[in-house]
Every structure is written in C-alpha cells, then in structure tokens.
Design a protein. Structure first.
Length: 272
C-alpha cells in the first residue's frame, strides 16, 4: 500500500513511516500496534526519545516477520566520536532487543564539536557488519554533507531534516538529490501548526480529504519520505489514507506559496 524509495545501496525504504518522538515508552507499543494495523511498516525513533525499548517490543510482538518492518534509530549528540558511537549503537540495539536496524542516523552534526566525520566512520563499520542495513544523517546542511562525501567512503543514504510547506528546503533537497541522498521530512505536518491555512483547507475540500492528508500527499509527490507522529488512532489512520488521490499542478503551486523559511526546531549550524 505504501510506496518505497530505493536507497543508494539498493535497500527499499517505505515512503511513509510512523514518527514516535514524545510518545512515552509505555505508550509507544500500543501506538505502533495501531499504526501497523493501519498499514505502516516503518518506525522512526531515536535514543533521545527514550522509547527504544517499547519500539523494540512492538516490533517483536507485531506478528510480522522482522524483514517486513523498517526500523530507524539515531545517535545522540553526546555520543559523537568513533568509540562512543560504536558503544551508543550497541546500547540502542540492546534497548530495542533487535539484531539489526534498517537505518541508523547521526541525529545532529554538532559542528561545535567537529566529530561528525569520525562518528560517520563508526557508522560505516556498523553498516559493513550488517548491523544497520543503511546509514544516514539528520539535520546535516550542505557543508556537513560535502565534508562527509569528500573525507569518507560511504555517501549517506538519507538526510532527515525539518521539512514542511512552511520550510520547503529547496537548496538542501537539491543537493541531496544531486548526490543520490533521499530526503526525509521530520515534522512533516509542522506539528499541526499549518493545518488551518486557507490554501490547505481549500485544496482539502476539493479532494474530499483533510489538510493533513493534503500535506502528507505533497511530501510523497515531492519524492520525500515523511514520518508523521500521532498518538490518536483516528489520525494515525488518516495520515496513511493518502494513496487514493493525486494533487494537480494548481494544488502544488498553491502549496509552494506557503514557503516562509519558518523553522520550528533548532538551527543545525548551532545546535548541540
Ligand atoms: N531528526 C530530528 O531532529 C527530528 C526532530 C523532530 C521530529 N523528528 C521525527 O519526526 C516525527 C514527526 O515530527 P513531529 O512529531 O515533530 O511533528 P508532526 O508529525 O509534524 O506533527 C505531530 C503533531 O501533529 C498532530 N497530528 C498528527 N496527525 C494529525 C492530523 N491528521 N490532524 C491534526 N493533527 C495531527 C499530533 O497530535 P497527536 O499526537 O495528539 O494526535 C502532534 O501534535 C517525530 O515523531 C520524530 O520521529 C525528528
């Protein structure tokens, strides 16, 4: 039901996944169960979210073969450095109770520490060992990506960045595409903030869909991977019910006008 994108090492990644930031460890298994029933096959967590244990339990108790689920987790800012990164990855696998993850990301570049290149070398080793089927980064800007590409052997498969109609990231998207890096949108719904905008409510009415569905469909048609979060069963189902309609050129042009360079999260150049 959900289309996949092919990563630069031929791994297939679902284009729509389930984000679990701010879902408590003891709530996350139930939320993921609802998501899996609705058709989601990808889950996006991180060490920071303190719910890897519940995510792992949900995966193991899903009734699905492990190979049918796509699990992403991320290395936190305090764990940069070659040895620290290897230890952090081991700790994540232990928390998850899994033998491998599908995608392991450096959560932020933390330029002030200047350790992301050696951290990346640890991810390359983890990837070679098959313990992460693909490796990537999150919140990396063009100069950070340029350095990784120049100084290391593996081009990131994914760059997960803040991206929604109010922050469309044209330059970074273009760089990712030119280098075979899949762009993944975090806060794809701008945390619900833009869903009452008239441009979106008008397009939604036209298609008999909700504004959230219009925004998520936009991510899909832009070739992005999107990972909306919800703890509300009806919204979890609503957010995946986007594969039975298409936006037209007028809709796409309307959404283009919502660009406001409006960042909800921290600036990656200074964060950490
Ligand atoms: N790499 C990074 O640095 C980074 C940073 C932030 C997030 N992320 C990832 O991206 C995921 C998504 O980002 P996010 O959680 O910040 O924001 P989001 O998915 O854009 O928005 C989530 C918010 O929107 C609400 N919502 C969800 N579906 C809705 C719908 N159909 N209609 C109306 N409201 C709806 C949710 O409420 P309810 O839950 O109450 O239903 C929640 O408050 C995270 O869970 C995480 O996995 C990554």
């Amino acid at each position: 039901m959900v289309p996949t994108v092919t990563l630069n090492n031929d791994v297939q990644m679902p284009q729509l996944g389930f984000g679990v930031y701010k879902i408590a460890d003891d709530e996350v298994e139930r939320a993921i169960h609802t998501a899996i029933e609705a058709g989601y096959r990808a889950i996006d967590t991180a060490t920071l979210y303190r719910n890897e244990r519940g995510v792992g339990a949900a995966v193991r108790n899903s009734g699905l073969p492990r190979s049918e689920l796509f699990v992403t987790t991320k290395l936190w800012n305090t764990e940069h450095g070659y040895d620290a990164a290897l230890r952090a990855f081991d700790a994540s696998l232990t928390e998850l109770g899994l033998d491998y993850v599908d995608l392991y990301l450096i959560h932020w570049p933390v330029p002030s520490r200047d350790l992301y290149v050696e951290t990346w070398r640890a991810l390359e080793k983890i990837n070679t060992e098959g313990r992460a089927r693909a490796i990537g980064v999150s919140n990396f800007q063009v100069p950070h990506l340029e350095r990784l590409i120049k100084e290391t052997d593996v081009v990131p498969a994914v760059n997960q960045i803040e991206l929604h109609p109010n922050l469309q990231q044209a330059t970074l998207r273009g760089f990712d595409t030119d280098h075979g890096i899949v762009t993944e949108s975090w806060s794809p719904l701008a945390r619900g903030k833009l869903l009452e905008h008239e441009v979106l409510t008008t397009i939604a009415r036209k298609h008999g869909k909700t504004p959230a569905q219009i925004v998520l469909r936009w991510h899909i048609e832009m070739g992005l991977v999107a990972i909306p979060k919800s703890v509300t069963p009806q919204r979890i189902r609503e957010n995946i019910d986007i594969f039975d309609f298409e936006l037209d050129t007028q809709d796409i042009a309307g959404i283009a006008t919502l660009e406001a360079n409006d960042r909800l999260g921290p600036n990656p150049d200074t964060h950490g």
